[in-house]
Design a protein around this ligand. Structure first.
Ligand SMILES: [Zn+2]
Length: 133
């Protein structure tokens, strides 16, 4: 399954880069930003679904051993652990997980495997510099 994982690749090549995640953990492009996202950095972060920390660099990878059910379980676990389900109607929990799955799929469908991506607000962009062979 195509997923986004935390990577240190290209870290430090953009102003304000940070990477507090665990290398290779699953990350999501879905973020609830604070009221000063550019100052605090959450405008550019991908939250890690294992560490609950974030990185400004994520990579599109194909992890064949993962099913959508596996990724849903990881997302549900992270949202539960981080307290998000306490803030919403329990009937909306599946919809929130769906949103993460759909956004991860949309990003992964937009870039070749191996692409390092960055995020600003709702925009995800390639940070990989194309090079001639
Ligand atoms: Zn913030």
């Amino acid at each position: 399954m195509l997923v986004l994982v935390a990577t240190k690749d290209l870290q430090g090549t953009a102003a304000g880069d940070y990477c507090w995640t665990v290398e290779g953990e699953l990350v999501t492009p879905v973020v609830a930003e604070c009221c000063t996202p550019d100052t605090c950095g959450c405008a550019a972060g991908f939250p890690g679904l294992a560490s609950s920390r974030a990185t400004t660099t994520a990579k599109v990878v194909d992890l064949a051993h993962l099913s959508e059910r596996d990724v849903r379980d990881v997302i549900e676990g992270a949202l539960e652990r981080d307290g998000w389900f306490e803030l919403i109607d329990p009937a909306d929990a599946d919809e929130l997980v769906d949103e993460h799955i759909e956004c991860i799929a949309a990003v992964c469908a937009s870039f070749p495997v191996g692409t390092v991506v960055g995020r600003h607000g709702s925009t995800v962009f390639s940070r990989t510099i194309a090079q001639a062979a």
